[in-house]
Design a protein around this ligand. Sequence first.
Ligand code: MN
Length: 273
Amino acid sequence: MPRCPCGCIFGRRALLVSALAAAAVSAPVGRAFAAEPAAAADPALIDDLVAANRILYDQGVVDGFGHISARHNKDPARYLLSRSMAPALVTAADIMEFDLDSNPVDARGRTPYLERFIHGEIYKVRPDVMAIVHSHSPAVLPFADTNVKLKPMNHIAGFLGDGPPVFEIRATAGTASDMLVRNNDIGRALAKTLGASSVALMRGHGSVAAAQSVKHVVFRAIYTEVNARTEIQALTIGKPNFLNEKEAAAAMKTNDALVDRPWALWKQRVVPK
Ligand code: MN
């Protein structure tokens, strides 16, 4: 079980386990556990998820590819993720519900993302995580594909800690895969690489960010990309002097209380009042 940086893992894990047990007991006899959608998600959560899809495109984190999910607010054993489409075009009607094995429970003819297993497998082992972004944001790739470590260049990126781990898909999928996290086994290996971190890089692919809310994970995904650009600039003129681990942890704690400010700025560009 990974350690949660905020120390809340045991309380949330107990909640998750008891909710899973209650859901299993109340599942109708003779029906698959995943067959029925949970109670309707909070409309505000759906609104945030739709806005987040558009913000991530507007801020250059996703393009035609990439996705963001949120854990279901009524059932921690479910998560919400758009059907397979460009994030900038997502509406509430495109949001699907999945169990943690990433089976859709309300597909209604909608096609899920091939890489939804990223989300389900991280939610399984990180009860503290309520939202996840997967992207191929371009400035991050040099750090996924070389021995140069991505590390926090300033306080805003304190969530990068001592630098994200890098996921090597070959260890699970061999040397001839299409690089996609297309099943639970690969998703589980990625979740293990992520461990208790906020971000993991994916060699030859992109990155994943995890956080305690949709707003926090959007913040982390955007500033992972911004930090990567800044670090590349720094590397062209000298040797970077990164935040140390204590500075990074302290900065993350401060920033985690301030995510509403950039969120309001980003949201008004894609959801005009
Ligand atoms: Mn991908």
